[in-house]
Ligand binder design. Structure first.
Ligand code: DLL
Length: 445
Protein backbone atom coordinates (compact mmCIF):
# COMPACT_ATOMS: atom_id res chain seq x y z
CA UNK A 1 0.00 0.00 0.00
CA UNK A 2 3.01 2.30 -0.23
CA UNK A 3 3.71 4.22 -3.42
CA UNK A 4 2.08 2.54 -6.42
CA UNK A 5 3.72 3.69 -9.68
CA UNK A 6 1.04 2.05 -11.79
CA UNK A 7 -1.41 4.56 -10.38
CA UNK A 8 0.61 7.56 -9.31
CA UNK A 9 2.86 7.54 -12.38
CA UNK A 10 0.38 6.46 -15.03
CA UNK A 11 0.45 8.38 -18.29
CA UNK A 12 -1.92 11.30 -18.72
CA UNK A 13 -3.62 9.43 -21.61
CA UNK A 14 -4.28 6.43 -19.41
CA UNK A 15 -5.43 8.66 -16.55
CA UNK A 16 -7.90 10.48 -18.83
CA UNK A 17 -9.23 7.18 -20.12
CA UNK A 18 -9.86 5.93 -16.58
CA UNK A 19 -11.38 9.25 -15.54
CA UNK A 20 -13.73 9.28 -18.53
CA UNK A 21 -14.97 5.75 -17.90
CA UNK A 22 -15.48 6.43 -14.22
CA UNK A 23 -17.19 9.74 -14.91
CA UNK A 24 -19.73 8.14 -17.21
CA UNK A 25 -20.59 5.51 -14.61
CA UNK A 26 -20.95 8.16 -11.94
CA UNK A 27 -23.19 10.37 -14.09
CA UNK A 28 -25.46 7.44 -14.91
CA UNK A 29 -25.61 6.46 -11.26
CA UNK A 30 -26.67 9.90 -10.03
CA UNK A 31 -29.09 10.55 -12.91
CA UNK A 32 -30.90 7.28 -12.30
CA UNK A 33 -30.96 7.43 -8.50
CA UNK A 34 -30.93 11.02 -7.27
CA UNK A 35 -33.90 13.24 -8.22
CA UNK A 36 -31.82 16.39 -7.57
CA UNK A 37 -29.32 15.44 -10.28
CA UNK A 38 -31.99 14.23 -12.70
CA UNK A 39 -33.76 17.57 -12.37
CA UNK A 40 -30.67 19.73 -12.73
CA UNK A 41 -29.37 17.75 -15.73
CA UNK A 42 -32.82 17.84 -17.37
CA UNK A 43 -33.09 21.57 -16.76
CA UNK A 44 -29.69 22.07 -18.39
CA UNK A 45 -30.89 19.91 -21.30
CA UNK A 46 -28.08 17.40 -20.78
CA UNK A 47 -28.22 13.62 -20.61
CA UNK A 48 -25.40 11.64 -18.95
CA UNK A 49 -24.43 10.24 -22.36
CA UNK A 50 -23.78 13.78 -23.65
CA UNK A 51 -20.82 14.10 -21.27
CA UNK A 52 -18.26 11.88 -22.93
CA UNK A 53 -15.10 13.12 -21.26
CA UNK A 54 -14.00 15.15 -18.28
CA UNK A 55 -13.51 18.04 -20.69
CA UNK A 56 -17.29 18.15 -21.23
CA UNK A 57 -17.95 18.49 -17.49
CA UNK A 58 -18.08 22.28 -17.62
CA UNK A 59 -21.47 21.97 -19.39
CA UNK A 60 -23.05 20.65 -16.20
CA UNK A 61 -24.29 22.94 -13.41
CA UNK A 62 -22.44 23.19 -10.10
CA UNK A 63 -23.52 21.44 -6.94
CA UNK A 64 -23.29 23.82 -3.98
CA UNK A 65 -23.49 23.59 -0.21
CA UNK A 66 -27.06 24.92 -0.29
CA UNK A 67 -28.06 21.91 -2.39
CA UNK A 68 -26.76 19.62 0.34
CA UNK A 69 -28.71 21.64 2.90
CA UNK A 70 -31.90 21.54 0.76
CA UNK A 71 -31.60 17.75 0.53
CA UNK A 72 -30.89 17.22 4.23
CA UNK A 73 -30.33 14.59 5.47
CA UNK A 74 -30.17 11.82 2.87
CA UNK A 75 -31.66 13.33 -0.30
CA UNK A 76 -28.44 13.11 -2.32
CA UNK A 77 -27.80 9.44 -1.53
CA UNK A 78 -27.99 7.07 -4.48
CA UNK A 79 -29.23 4.21 -2.28
CA UNK A 80 -31.26 3.43 0.82
CA UNK A 81 -29.44 4.07 4.10
CA UNK A 82 -29.53 0.33 4.84
CA UNK A 83 -26.69 0.03 2.30
CA UNK A 84 -24.76 2.92 3.82
CA UNK A 85 -22.13 1.93 6.38
CA UNK A 86 -21.19 5.30 7.87
CA UNK A 87 -22.42 8.88 8.15
CA UNK A 88 -20.31 11.95 8.83
CA UNK A 89 -21.25 15.61 9.12
CA UNK A 90 -19.24 18.63 8.12
CA UNK A 91 -18.20 21.25 10.62
CA UNK A 92 -21.05 23.60 9.79
CA UNK A 93 -21.37 26.92 11.57
CA UNK A 94 -25.06 27.30 12.28
CA UNK A 95 -28.23 25.34 11.60
CA UNK A 96 -28.35 21.85 10.20
CA UNK A 97 -25.06 20.23 9.29
CA UNK A 98 -24.08 18.79 5.93
CA UNK A 99 -24.51 15.01 5.98
CA UNK A 100 -22.37 12.64 3.94
CA UNK A 101 -22.69 8.85 3.57
CA UNK A 102 -20.28 6.05 2.66
CA UNK A 103 -20.82 2.49 1.41
CA UNK A 104 -18.27 -0.16 2.35
CA UNK A 105 -16.52 0.51 -0.98
CA UNK A 106 -16.50 4.23 -0.22
CA UNK A 107 -14.88 3.52 3.15
CA UNK A 108 -12.27 1.36 1.42
CA UNK A 109 -11.61 4.19 -1.02
CA UNK A 110 -11.36 6.67 1.88
CA UNK A 111 -8.72 4.49 3.55
CA UNK A 112 -6.85 4.05 0.29
CA UNK A 113 -6.57 7.77 -0.51
CA UNK A 114 -5.60 8.58 3.07
CA UNK A 115 -2.95 5.83 3.03
CA UNK A 116 -1.64 7.24 -0.25
CA UNK A 117 -1.57 10.72 1.28
CA UNK A 118 0.26 9.60 4.41
CA UNK A 119 2.82 7.73 2.30
CA UNK A 120 3.42 10.89 0.22
CA UNK A 121 4.01 12.77 3.48
CA UNK A 122 6.74 10.31 4.48
CA UNK A 123 4.81 7.82 6.62
CA UNK A 124 5.91 4.20 6.45
CA UNK A 125 4.40 0.91 7.57
CA UNK A 126 5.53 0.16 11.10
CA UNK A 127 5.67 3.80 12.18
CA UNK A 128 3.46 5.03 15.00
CA UNK A 129 1.04 7.84 14.21
CA UNK A 130 -0.53 10.00 16.89
CA UNK A 131 -3.83 11.17 15.44
CA UNK A 132 -4.82 14.50 16.97
CA UNK A 133 -7.67 15.16 14.56
CA UNK A 134 -11.06 15.11 16.27
CA UNK A 135 -12.85 11.78 16.32
CA UNK A 136 -16.59 11.87 15.79
CA UNK A 137 -18.75 13.41 13.11
CA UNK A 138 -15.70 15.28 11.74
CA UNK A 139 -14.05 13.23 8.99
CA UNK A 140 -10.51 13.98 10.20
CA UNK A 141 -10.26 11.51 13.09
CA UNK A 142 -11.74 8.33 11.66
CA UNK A 143 -10.60 9.13 8.12
CA UNK A 144 -6.93 9.35 9.09
CA UNK A 145 -7.32 6.44 11.50
CA UNK A 146 -8.35 3.83 8.97
CA UNK A 147 -6.00 5.15 6.28
CA UNK A 148 -3.04 4.88 8.65
CA UNK A 149 -4.02 1.35 9.62
CA UNK A 150 -4.32 0.46 5.96
CA UNK A 151 -0.80 1.74 5.38
CA UNK A 152 0.38 -0.55 8.17
CA UNK A 153 0.98 2.09 10.83
CA UNK A 154 0.22 1.84 14.55
CA UNK A 155 -2.41 4.43 15.36
CA UNK A 156 -2.69 6.29 18.66
CA UNK A 157 -6.30 7.56 18.46
CA UNK A 158 -5.96 10.40 20.95
CA UNK A 159 -8.24 12.90 19.08
CA UNK A 160 -7.85 16.69 19.40
CA UNK A 161 -7.14 18.55 22.64
CA UNK A 162 -5.57 17.57 25.96
CA UNK A 163 -2.18 19.02 25.08
CA UNK A 164 -0.45 17.65 28.19
CA UNK A 165 -1.51 14.15 27.37
CA UNK A 166 -0.55 14.64 23.72
CA UNK A 167 2.98 15.44 24.84
CA UNK A 168 3.14 12.60 27.35
CA UNK A 169 2.09 9.98 24.81
CA UNK A 170 4.21 11.45 22.03
CA UNK A 171 7.22 11.06 24.29
CA UNK A 172 6.36 7.73 25.91
CA UNK A 173 5.27 5.98 22.71
CA UNK A 174 7.92 7.68 20.54
CA UNK A 175 5.48 8.22 17.66
CA UNK A 176 7.18 9.13 14.40
CA UNK A 177 4.13 10.81 12.86
CA UNK A 178 1.60 13.40 14.07
CA UNK A 179 -1.65 14.37 12.37
CA UNK A 180 -3.28 17.59 13.57
CA UNK A 181 -4.52 20.93 12.37
CA UNK A 182 -1.47 23.17 11.81
CA UNK A 183 -2.69 25.58 14.50
CA UNK A 184 -2.97 22.71 16.98
CA UNK A 185 0.48 21.41 16.05
CA UNK A 186 1.71 24.90 16.96
CA UNK A 187 -0.09 24.72 20.31
CA UNK A 188 1.66 21.41 21.01
CA UNK A 189 5.05 22.81 19.94
CA UNK A 190 4.63 25.88 22.13
CA UNK A 191 3.61 23.85 25.15
CA UNK A 192 6.65 21.64 24.70
CA UNK A 193 8.85 24.71 24.65
CA UNK A 194 7.05 26.37 27.55
CA UNK A 195 7.77 23.38 29.70
CA UNK A 196 11.43 23.58 28.84
CA UNK A 197 11.42 20.08 27.39
CA UNK A 198 14.05 18.85 24.99
CA UNK A 199 12.71 17.89 21.56
CA UNK A 200 15.48 15.29 21.37
CA UNK A 201 13.50 13.22 23.86
CA UNK A 202 10.85 12.84 21.18
CA UNK A 203 11.00 10.88 17.96
CA UNK A 204 8.79 12.78 15.53
CA UNK A 205 9.76 12.65 11.87
CA UNK A 206 6.68 13.72 9.94
CA UNK A 207 3.62 15.87 10.46
CA UNK A 208 0.57 15.70 8.22
CA UNK A 209 -1.26 18.96 8.75
CA UNK A 210 -4.40 20.38 7.20
CA UNK A 211 -8.14 21.06 7.58
CA UNK A 212 -7.48 24.84 7.65
CA UNK A 213 -5.33 27.31 5.71
CA UNK A 214 -1.73 27.60 6.86
CA UNK A 215 1.39 29.42 5.80
CA UNK A 216 5.08 28.84 5.18
CA UNK A 217 5.77 30.81 8.38
CA UNK A 218 3.66 28.36 10.36
CA UNK A 219 5.32 25.43 8.64
CA UNK A 220 8.75 26.74 9.66
CA UNK A 221 7.68 27.29 13.23
CA UNK A 222 6.13 23.84 13.77
CA UNK A 223 8.98 22.13 11.96
CA UNK A 224 11.48 23.81 14.27
CA UNK A 225 9.39 23.26 17.37
CA UNK A 226 8.62 19.58 16.76
CA UNK A 227 11.71 18.69 14.71
CA UNK A 228 9.77 17.02 11.92
CA UNK A 229 8.89 17.62 8.28
CA UNK A 230 5.37 18.96 7.85
CA UNK A 231 3.27 18.29 4.74
CA UNK A 232 -0.11 19.59 3.74
CA UNK A 233 -3.18 17.36 3.62
CA UNK A 234 -6.36 18.71 2.03
CA UNK A 235 -9.89 17.43 1.83
CA UNK A 236 -13.51 18.12 2.62
CA UNK A 237 -16.40 16.05 3.92
CA UNK A 238 -18.53 16.55 0.84
CA UNK A 239 -15.91 14.87 -1.37
CA UNK A 240 -14.70 12.23 1.13
CA UNK A 241 -12.80 13.92 3.99
CA UNK A 242 -9.01 14.19 4.32
CA UNK A 243 -7.05 12.57 1.50
CA UNK A 244 -8.32 14.39 -1.58
CA UNK A 245 -4.86 15.85 -1.98
CA UNK A 246 -1.48 15.70 -0.27
CA UNK A 247 1.92 17.30 -0.53
CA UNK A 248 4.99 15.14 -1.12
CA UNK A 249 7.44 15.54 1.73
CA UNK A 250 10.34 15.92 -0.73
CA UNK A 251 8.56 18.59 -2.77
CA UNK A 252 7.45 20.92 0.01
CA UNK A 253 6.07 24.25 -1.10
CA UNK A 254 5.36 23.18 -4.68
CA UNK A 255 1.72 22.22 -4.15
CA UNK A 256 -0.23 19.12 -3.16
CA UNK A 257 -1.02 16.26 -5.53
CA UNK A 258 -4.73 15.72 -6.15
CA UNK A 259 -5.62 12.02 -6.36
CA UNK A 260 -7.09 12.55 -9.79
CA UNK A 261 -8.02 8.95 -10.47
CA UNK A 262 -10.81 9.46 -7.90
CA UNK A 263 -11.42 13.23 -7.75
CA UNK A 264 -11.46 15.35 -10.90
CA UNK A 265 -10.52 19.00 -10.27
CA UNK A 266 -11.43 22.17 -12.14
CA UNK A 267 -10.67 25.81 -11.34
CA UNK A 268 -13.38 28.33 -12.14
CA UNK A 269 -13.83 32.05 -11.87
CA UNK A 270 -15.39 32.84 -8.51
CA UNK A 271 -17.85 35.34 -10.00
CA UNK A 272 -18.77 33.89 -13.40
CA UNK A 273 -18.15 30.17 -12.80
CA UNK A 274 -16.27 29.99 -16.10
CA UNK A 275 -13.33 27.53 -16.26
CA UNK A 276 -9.94 29.20 -15.79
CA UNK A 277 -6.61 28.15 -17.28
CA UNK A 278 -4.14 26.28 -15.10
CA UNK A 279 -2.12 28.60 -12.90
CA UNK A 280 -4.86 31.17 -12.35
CA UNK A 281 -6.45 31.39 -8.92
CA UNK A 282 -10.13 30.54 -8.70
CA UNK A 283 -12.61 28.29 -6.95
CA UNK A 284 -11.73 24.62 -6.82
CA UNK A 285 -14.56 22.47 -8.20
CA UNK A 286 -14.36 18.73 -7.62
CA UNK A 287 -16.20 15.77 -9.15
CA UNK A 288 -15.97 12.37 -7.50
CA UNK A 289 -15.31 9.57 -9.99
CA UNK A 290 -15.70 6.46 -7.83
CA UNK A 291 -17.89 7.34 -4.84
CA UNK A 292 -21.03 5.19 -4.53
CA UNK A 293 -23.32 6.43 -1.76
CA UNK A 294 -23.04 10.13 -2.40
CA UNK A 295 -21.16 11.09 -5.55
CA UNK A 296 -20.63 14.81 -6.08
CA UNK A 297 -20.84 16.35 -9.52
CA UNK A 298 -18.97 19.64 -9.98
CA UNK A 299 -18.97 20.43 -6.27
CA UNK A 300 -18.22 24.08 -5.63
CA UNK A 301 -15.75 23.74 -2.74
CA UNK A 302 -15.57 27.50 -2.21
CA UNK A 303 -11.81 27.07 -1.68
CA UNK A 304 -9.63 29.40 -3.71
CA UNK A 305 -6.42 27.97 -5.10
CA UNK A 306 -4.54 27.28 -8.33
CA UNK A 307 -3.97 24.07 -10.31
CA UNK A 308 -0.72 23.23 -12.06
CA UNK A 309 0.73 20.29 -13.92
CA UNK A 310 4.44 20.51 -13.45
CA UNK A 311 6.92 17.87 -14.36
CA UNK A 312 7.91 15.62 -11.49
CA UNK A 313 9.58 12.25 -11.63
CA UNK A 314 7.41 11.16 -8.76
CA UNK A 315 3.86 11.51 -10.00
CA UNK A 316 1.93 12.52 -13.09
CA UNK A 317 -1.05 13.88 -11.18
CA UNK A 318 -2.01 17.52 -10.97
CA UNK A 319 -1.02 19.75 -8.06
CA UNK A 320 -3.03 22.37 -6.20
CA UNK A 321 -1.42 25.36 -4.49
CA UNK A 322 -2.15 26.33 -0.90
CA UNK A 323 -5.71 27.43 -0.17
CA UNK A 324 -5.75 31.23 -0.30
CA UNK A 325 -9.14 31.35 1.40
CA UNK A 326 -12.76 30.45 0.96
CA UNK A 327 -14.71 32.46 -1.59
CA UNK A 328 -17.40 33.19 1.01
CA UNK A 329 -14.79 34.24 3.61
CA UNK A 330 -13.30 36.89 1.40
CA UNK A 331 -13.58 40.26 3.10
CA UNK A 332 -14.18 43.40 1.11
CA UNK A 333 -12.67 46.17 3.17
CA UNK A 334 -13.10 49.69 1.84
CA UNK A 335 -13.41 48.21 -1.64
CA UNK A 336 -10.33 45.98 -1.41
CA UNK A 337 -10.64 42.18 -1.50
CA UNK A 338 -8.81 40.67 1.43
CA UNK A 339 -8.10 37.15 2.74
CA UNK A 340 -6.50 36.73 6.14
CA UNK A 341 -3.91 34.36 4.63
CA UNK A 342 -2.40 37.43 2.93
CA UNK A 343 -1.22 38.55 6.37
CA UNK A 344 0.29 35.12 7.03
CA UNK A 345 2.23 35.33 3.77
CA UNK A 346 4.05 38.47 4.98
CA UNK A 347 5.24 37.03 8.28
CA UNK A 348 8.28 35.13 6.94
CA UNK A 349 9.87 38.50 6.10
CA UNK A 350 9.88 39.37 9.81
CA UNK A 351 12.05 37.17 12.02
CA UNK A 352 10.79 39.32 14.92
CA UNK A 353 7.38 37.61 14.63
CA UNK A 354 5.95 34.20 15.35
CA UNK A 355 3.38 32.56 13.07
CA UNK A 356 0.26 33.14 15.16
CA UNK A 357 -1.97 36.03 14.10
CA UNK A 358 -5.55 37.21 14.22
CA UNK A 359 -7.56 39.70 12.20
CA UNK A 360 -10.15 41.87 13.98
CA UNK A 361 -12.77 43.80 12.03
CA UNK A 362 -14.59 46.76 13.54
CA UNK A 363 -16.59 49.74 12.29
CA UNK A 364 -15.70 52.63 14.59
CA UNK A 365 -17.13 55.29 12.26
CA UNK A 366 -18.97 54.42 9.08
CA UNK A 367 -15.86 52.77 7.67
CA UNK A 368 -14.54 49.28 8.29
CA UNK A 369 -11.31 49.10 10.24
CA UNK A 370 -8.91 46.18 10.43
CA UNK A 371 -6.55 45.39 13.27
CA UNK A 372 -3.98 42.68 12.79
CA UNK A 373 -2.75 41.07 16.00
CA UNK A 374 0.56 39.18 15.74
CA UNK A 375 2.60 37.38 18.36
CA UNK A 376 6.25 38.29 18.63
CA UNK A 377 9.12 35.83 18.56
CA UNK A 378 10.72 36.61 21.94
CA UNK A 379 13.95 34.73 21.08
CA UNK A 380 14.73 37.30 18.39
CA UNK A 381 14.66 40.15 20.89
CA UNK A 382 16.29 38.46 23.85
CA UNK A 383 19.23 37.45 21.65
CA UNK A 384 19.70 41.16 20.97
CA UNK A 385 19.37 42.04 24.63
CA UNK A 386 15.98 43.76 24.15
CA UNK A 387 13.44 43.15 26.89
CA UNK A 388 10.02 41.99 25.70
CA UNK A 389 8.26 43.02 28.87
CA UNK A 390 6.55 46.09 27.41
CA UNK A 391 5.44 45.88 23.81
CA UNK A 392 3.61 49.21 23.87
CA UNK A 393 5.48 52.46 23.41
CA UNK A 394 8.90 50.99 23.19
CA UNK A 395 11.15 52.10 20.39
CA UNK A 396 12.03 48.67 18.93
CA UNK A 397 8.41 47.55 18.92
CA UNK A 398 7.02 50.85 17.65
CA UNK A 399 9.42 50.65 14.73
CA UNK A 400 8.42 47.07 14.02
CA UNK A 401 4.73 48.07 13.97
CA UNK A 402 5.54 50.87 11.52
CA UNK A 403 7.41 48.50 9.19
CA UNK A 404 4.59 45.98 9.36
CA UNK A 405 1.98 48.59 8.55
CA UNK A 406 3.97 49.69 5.54
CA UNK A 407 4.44 46.14 4.33
CA UNK A 408 0.71 45.49 4.66
CA UNK A 409 -0.17 48.70 2.83
CA UNK A 410 2.29 47.95 0.02
CA UNK A 411 1.31 44.31 -0.42
CA UNK A 412 -2.38 44.14 0.45
CA UNK A 413 -3.32 47.68 -0.48
CA UNK A 414 -5.04 48.48 2.79
CA UNK A 415 -4.13 50.52 5.83
CA UNK A 416 -4.42 48.37 8.96
CA UNK A 417 -3.67 48.85 12.61
CA UNK A 418 -1.10 46.38 13.96
CA UNK A 419 -0.94 45.22 17.55
CA UNK A 420 1.87 43.07 18.88
CA UNK A 421 1.17 40.33 21.38
CA UNK A 422 3.36 38.26 23.65
CA UNK A 423 3.92 34.72 22.44
CA UNK A 424 0.93 32.65 23.57
CA UNK A 425 -1.38 35.61 24.22
CA UNK A 426 -3.54 35.36 21.11
CA UNK A 427 -6.20 32.63 20.94
CA UNK A 428 -4.71 29.31 19.95
CA UNK A 429 -6.13 26.02 18.76
CA UNK A 430 -7.30 23.77 21.57
CA UNK A 431 -7.41 20.79 19.25
CA UNK A 432 -9.36 21.73 16.14
CA UNK A 433 -9.56 24.40 13.48
CA UNK A 434 -8.63 27.91 14.62
CA UNK A 435 -10.83 30.85 13.69
CA UNK A 436 -8.51 33.76 12.91
CA UNK A 437 -11.20 36.33 12.09
CA UNK A 438 -12.98 38.27 14.81
CA UNK A 439 -15.74 40.28 13.16
CA UNK A 440 -17.09 42.90 15.57
CA UNK A 441 -18.85 44.97 12.89
CA UNK A 442 -22.55 45.62 13.46
CA UNK A 443 -24.41 42.94 11.51
CA UNK A 444 -27.21 45.15 10.20
CA UNK A 445 -25.26 47.23 7.80
O1 DLL B 1 -11.44 19.54 7.18
C1 DLL B 1 -11.27 17.35 6.19
C2 DLL B 1 -9.85 17.25 6.64
C3 DLL B 1 -9.54 16.64 7.83
C4 DLL B 1 -8.83 17.72 5.84
C5 DLL B 1 -8.24 16.51 8.25
C6 DLL B 1 -7.52 17.61 6.22
C7 DLL B 1 -7.22 17.00 7.44
P1 DLL B 1 -14.35 19.74 6.53
O2 DLL B 1 -14.52 19.89 7.99
O3 DLL B 1 -15.53 19.39 5.71
O4 DLL B 1 -13.29 18.64 6.20
O5 DLL B 1 -13.74 21.11 6.02
C8 DLL B 1 -13.33 21.24 4.70
O6 DLL B 1 -11.59 22.81 5.31
O7 DLL B 1 -13.27 23.12 2.18
C9 DLL B 1 -11.23 23.92 3.28
O8 DLL B 1 -11.87 25.17 3.37
C10 DLL B 1 -10.62 23.58 4.63
N1 DLL B 1 -9.40 22.78 4.45
C11 DLL B 1 -9.27 21.45 4.51
N2 DLL B 1 -7.96 21.09 4.31
C12 DLL B 1 -7.28 22.26 4.10
C13 DLL B 1 -5.92 22.57 3.83
C14 DLL B 1 -11.97 18.63 6.60
N3 DLL B 1 -4.98 21.65 3.76
C15 DLL B 1 -12.75 22.62 4.48
N4 DLL B 1 -5.61 23.89 3.65
C16 DLL B 1 -12.23 22.80 3.08
C17 DLL B 1 -6.55 24.85 3.73
C18 DLL B 1 -8.21 23.33 4.18
N5 DLL B 1 -7.83 24.60 4.00
Amino acid sequence: MLFNPEIELMSIEKLRQIQNERLQNTLRRVYENVPFYKNTFDQAGIQPADIKTVHDLHRLPFTKKEHLRDNYPFGLFTMPTSEVRRLHCSSGTTGKPIVVGYTQNDLNLFSEVVARSLAAAGCMPGMKLQNAYGYGLFTGGLGIHYGAEKLGMTVVPISGGGTEKQLMLLKDFQAEALTATPSYALTIAEELKRRGEDIRDYNLKVGILGAEPWSEALRKEVEQGLDFKASNIYGLSEIIGPGVSNEDVDEQGTGSYIWEDHFFPEIVDRYTGEPLPYGEPGVLVLTTLTKEAMPMIRYWTGDITTLTYEYSEKRTMIKMGPIIGRADDMMIIRGVNFFHTQVADLIPDFPELSANYQVKLTRPTNMDAVEVGIEINPDFFTKKGISCEHLDHHESFDKLVGRLQKKIRDNIGLGMAVKLYQLGDLPKSDGGKLNRIIDLRPQNG
